[in-house]
Design a binder for this molecule. Structure first.
Ligand SMILES: [Zn+2]
Length: 147
């Protein structure tokens, strides 16, 4: 009776898998992605694990230890330093056309469409459109109008 004494070959010749160490974990996959991209910007290959499971059901996050950010063993020290650095403050979105309210600082403001009405009125009253370029903004929190 032949004995099965041959061990299955390890891998498929792709070299040993990198030794990954978990440097930190997050409850939120987005935060893990942000850190991973910061690490990659520093030339450290980062792996985010369990992101799919948490995305499917955030309630699983504590059960599986959150979303882990892993790096190769040799990069761990540097990666830890980077992960402890404070994330740079998010610059204000230059694409955001809304202006902050001068009274309460809220960005819940909108441009009032008075110029268009004024133009229509000027056609009625004067017979030609008066181009009113002045902008008026209104805060939807404290109702202050400002320019
Ligand atoms: Zn306001």
């Amino acid at each position: 009776m032949p004995l099965v004494d041959e061990l299955p070959e390890e891998g498929t010749g792709g070299g040993p898998l990198p030794n990954l160490v978990t440097i930190t974990s997050f409850d939120n996959p987005m935060q893990a992605d942000i850190l991973a991209s910061r690490l990659e910007a520093e030339g450290i290959e980062a792996f985010v694990s369990d992101a799919e499971a948490v995305s499917v059901n955030p309630l699983w996050s504590p059960a599986i230890g959150g979303v882990k950010v892993q790096v190769r063993e040799g990069d761990a020290r540097k990666a830890l330093e980077i992960s402890r650095e404070k994330a740079p403050p998010k610059p204000e979105d230059p694409e955001d056309p809304r202006r902050p309210c001068p009274r309460c600082g809220s960005r819940e403001t909108y441009k009032e469409e008075i110029s268009r009405q004024f133009m229509a009125l000027s056609i009625l009253l004067l017979g030609f459109p008066l181009l009113f370029v002045s902008e008026e903004w209104k805060c939807s929190k404290c109702c202050r109008t400002f320019k």
